[in-house]
Design a protein around this ligand. Structure first.
Ligand code: HNI
Length: 143
């Protein structure tokens, strides 16, 4: 399911509105992922603290959110722009790509909770497609 021109517009407009809180969005989404899907904690066992307020969790969330901002700007070339990160997750971090979908789901929940008015059904659908495309791009190096 690829993104239509309209979907891209919706994603860009929504992200422009919320990206001032990108660090919170990313931090909350990673914290939620670790809580609701505890199997994801295995990848971060080298961190001292995996609680929602942990500095490592917040910092990683910030990096995830920065990648989303960058990907919104490069929405027409997701696979190209995420190639290095795909390589890192595939060969160095060895993250099962099924987890990208899990994190995407958590990002949607956080966005819906933080921005209940802006998170319309149209925004929900466009963001869902965008995050799926991002997860696909991150999975390129696994093939
Ligand atoms: Ni992910 C590191 C982006 C999903 C496990 N990850 C990063 C970094 C970025 C990043 C950026 C920092 C790279 C660097 O240091 O050069 N990760 C993303 C994005 C997504 C994602 C954009 C999906 C939207 N990562 C996941 C998932 C897992 C994951 C779903 C596991 C469940 N990532 C990691 C681990 C690291 C990591 C582990 C290294 C963290 C550390 O501090 O050691």
């Amino acid at each position: 399911m690829s993104l239509s021109a309209k979907d891209k517009e919706i994603v860009k407009a929504f992200w422009a509105k919320v990206s001032g809180r990108a660090d919170n969005i990313g931090g909350d989404a990673v914290a939620r992922m670790l809580t609701v899907y505890p199997q994801t904690k295995t990848y971060f066992s080298h961190w001292k603290d995996l609680s929602p307020s942990s500095a490592s969790v917040r910092k990683h969330g910030g990096m995830v959110a920065a990648t989303i901002t960058d990907s919104v700007n490069k929405i027409d070339n997701l696979a190209g722009s995420l190639l290095t990160l795909s390589d890192l997750h595939a060969f160095t971090l060895r993250v099962d790509p099924a987890n990208f979908k899990i994190l995407a789901q958590n990002i949607l929940v956080v966005l819906a909770t933080m921005f209940p008015v802006d998170f319309t059904p149209e925004v929900h659908m466009a963001l869902d497609k965008f995050l799926a495309a991002l997860a696909r791009a991150l999975s390129v190096k696994y093939r």
